[in-house]
Design a protein around this ligand. Structure first.
Ligand code: B12
Length: 125
C-alpha cells in the first residue's frame, strides 16, 4: 500500500497534462471558439511541444505536418488537415492559449509546463 502511494507520487512529478487548441479560421479571435481541443495526458515532463504533438497524434485525433529547418527545428505547415497557404502568406501561429501571447520559440524548442494550453491559429502576415 505504501509502495503504491509512493509510485503514484513519483508519477505525478514527471507526468504532465497539456491542452492543444486549434482555430482554423484565418485571423480569428484567439479566445475561441475552437475547432478542436485535445487534452494530452501522460506527457513526460521536459518534453518539447513537438513531442507533445506527436503523442497527441498517437493517442487522439490531432494531426499535423511540419518541415525541418536546420537549427530552428520543425516549422508547422498544417494542422488538423488545414495547410497554411504560403502564397497567400498564411501560416500556423503558435500561441499561449491562456494569454494569447506568441510562443517565443518554435515547436521543437518550446517545453510546455503542466496544464499549459497551446493554441494553433491560422494567421496571415
Ligand atoms: C520572417 C519570419 C517568420 C515568417 C516566415 C515566412 C516569411 N513570410 O518569410 C513567419 C511569420 C511565417 C514566421 C513564423 C514563426 N516564427 Co519566425 N521569424 C521570421 C524572421 C523575422 C526572419 C526569418 C527570415 O526571413 N530569414 C531570412 C531567410 C533568407 O532565411 P531562412 O532561413 O530561409 O528563413 C526562413 C526560416 O527562418 C523560416 N522560419 C521563420 N520563423 C521560423 C520559426 C521556426 C520555429 C522555424 C523552424 C522556421 C522559421 O522561415 C523563413 C523563410 O522561409 C526570424 C528572425 C530572424 N531575424 O531570423 C523569425 C524567427 C526565426 N521566428 C521565430 C518564431 C518563434 C516563429 C514562430 C514559432 C512564432 C509563433 N509563436 O508562431 C512561427 C512559426 C510557427 C510554425 N508554424 O511553426 C523565432 C525562432 C526562435 C526559435 N529559436 O525557435 C525567430 C528567430 C524570431 C525570434 N523570436 O527571435 N517567422
Amino acid at each position: 500500500m505504501s509502495i503504491n502511494t509512493e509510485c503514484a507520487g513519483q508519477e505525478k512529478e514527471t507526468s504532465i497534462h497539456v491542452k492543444l487548441l486549434v482555430i482554423k479560421e484565418l485571423n480569428g479571435n484567439w479566445k475561441g471558439p475552437y475547432d478542436y481541443v485535445q487534452n494530452v495526458t501522460n506527457v513526460l515532463g521536459g518534453s518539447t511541444l513537438f513531442e507533445v504533438m506527436q503523442l497527441a497524434e498517437r493517442t487522439g485525433s490531432f494531426t499535423f505536418k511540419s518541415i525541418n529547418d536546420d537549427g530552428l527545428g520543425e516549422f508547422i505547415t498544417s494542422v488538423m488537415g488545414v495547410d497554411a497557404n504560403q502564397e497567400k502568406n498564411d501560416f500556423w501561429e503558435l500561441l499561449d492559449g491562456a494569454t494569447g501571447k506568441l510562443l517565443p520559440v518554435g515547436a521543437s524548442k518550446y517545453i510546455p509546463k503542466d496544464r499549459d494550453e497551446v493554441l494553433f491559429q491560422l494567421k496571415q502576415t
